[in-house]
Design a protein around this ligand. Structure first.
Ligand code: PLP
Length: 449
């Protein structure tokens, strides 16, 4: 990866002060081209964002038209056609019970809004003592201070403690490492779901506000799906104790797993959900929080005002882009395509890496796939973190012309590593071959021995 001295080349505050990335010049379908014309297959859609690829003419036209018609109107004065129509579309396709949409500019804002709404809901209905959140280890819900308190990715939190929201963490549903020998997948799921029951009892049921989880865990663990029955049991426990279920679909939502909302495949509906990333597909920054009528009504019949807000709520251009994206995902059949191509990608990954000595697990749903790296397949022993394998794989893949998303800390936030793939839904079968070949080259270059 190109690196030069930070002081001389850029005034941008970079993610890593020692690494200056090359400049992206153009997007073309599934590819990003840099200033020198080198082409990179976007195998991770950035960070699971670019579900339509990079040059979709319909979304570009929607952005151009809306910018020319009405670029911005503050939501304290106006709603707008694109925002209203996008909300209708989302609710028409959302899990049962979700009835209202709150538009923001990204995933962390959507999750912050979800947490504040949950808190206000309980104060409105006279249960202000409910403020404790239960989440899972091996989770990420955003980087702003409120949601950082909830996320279970310890290395991200460490420097910022003490954090804002009282949160405790239970086990994730992580079959590859969690299921005991001889235990069925279903029993394993019930066992880890029952940790929620135990934690609610420990804290006192009337103090718990919400359980927060990603239906399919993304960045922290590499596309880890739940086992069958896990979320049904979670839903049951939440209902029994009046605890809200907040599902974070920021990464796994918007068709990424082969259904528009990942939770559809679990047969459960949340009380609140957050979406972003694929919602704007990278053409505009947009996120949204969806909630049930019951929650909305409590505010409507109570103070009548959600004590929250941002300057760019319901931004007309972002909403117009997203409306075009959502039409392509639903009426245009791209969610179905993600399901089909996801199976093809999975088969190709299994064929190439299924017996790889350093890949212990290949998992995921739709076009959301993860490969867990291990030093030893039999014992599942992880590589030592100081090998910095994710960094090396990312650089080697980049060199080979592939963008993928390797991360460390898969097991406990510090040890373990995985690679996340989240390519555009428009990818072809030939391009699946290209991704697998380039990943193979990267693994050969980066893995020890
Ligand atoms: N929630 C999940 C599950 C995510 O993966 C992310 C980002 O990766 C976020 C929340 C935060 O979204 P954003 O980076 O748009 O603030």
């Amino acid at each position: 990866m190109a690196a030069s001295t930070f002081a001389n080349t850029s005034h941008i505050f970079p993610r890593h002060t020692q690494v200056i990335p090359p400049r992206a010049a153009r997007g073309d379908g599934c590819y990003i081209l840099d200033k020198d014309g080198k082409q990179y297959f976007d195998g991770s859609g950035g960070a699971a964002v670019s579900c339509l690829g990079h040059s979709d003419p319909d979304v570009i036209a929607a952005v151009q038209d809306q910018t020319a018609t009405l670029a911005y109107a503050h939501t304290s004065f106006f709603s707008s056609d694109p925002a209203e129509e996008l909300a209708d579309l989302l609710i028409n396709h959302a899990p049962k019970g979700l009835d209202r949409v709150y538009f923001v500019s990204g995933g962390s804002e959507a999750m912050e809004s979800a947490l504040k709404l949950a808190r206000q809901y309980f104060t409105e209905i006279g249960q202000p003592q409910r403020r404790h959140v239960i989440a899972r280890r091996q989770s990420y819900h955003g980087n702003t201070l409120g949601v950082l308190s909830v996320g279970g990715n310890m290395w991200r939190r460490e420097q910022f403690a003490p954090l804002l929201i009282e949160t405790t963490h239970i086990s994730p549903c992580y079959e590859y490492r969690g299921r005991a020998e001889g235990e069925s997948a279903f029993d394993y799921g019930q066992r880890v779901a029952n940790e929620l029951e135990a934690e609610i009892q420990r804290l006192g049921p009337d103090t718990v506000m919400a359980f927060v989880a990603e239906p399919v865990v993304g960045a922290t663990a590499g596309a880890v799906p739940p086992v069958e029955g896990y979320f049904k049991r979670v839903r049951e426990i939440c209902d029994q104790h009046g605890v809200l279920l907040i599902l974070d679909e920021v990464m796994c939502g918007m068709g990424r797993t082969g259904t528009l909302f990942a939770c559809e495949q679990e047969g459960v509906a949340p009380d609140i959900t957050a979406i972003a990333k694929g919602l704007g597909a990278g053409y505009q920054p947009i996120g949204a929080m969806l909630c049930t009528k019951q929650i909305y009504q409590a505010i409507e019949e109570g103070t009548g005002f959600f004590q929250h807000g941002h300057t760019y709520l319901g931004h007309p251009v972002a909403a117009a882009a997203s409306r075009a994206v959502l039409r392509k995902l639903t009426e245009g059949g791209l969610v179905k395509r993600a399901a089909v191509m996801g199976e093809t990608l999975n088969t190709a990954l299994q064929e190439r890496f299924g017996q790889h000595p350093h890949i212990g697990d290949i998992r995921g749903r739709g076009l959301f796939r993860g490969l867990e790296l291990v030093a030893d397949r039999a014992s599942k022993a992880p590589f030592a973190p100081d090998l910095a394998l994710p960094k090396k794989i990312k650089a080697a893949a980049f060199e080979a012309g592939l963008l993928c998303y390797p991360m460390g800390g898969t097991i406990d936030g510090k040890t373990g590593a995985h690679i996340l793939l989240a390519p555009p839904f428009i990818m072809t079968e030939d391009q699946i071959g290209e991704v697998v070949d380039k990943l193979d080259i990267a693994l050969r270059a980066a893995l020890p021995g």
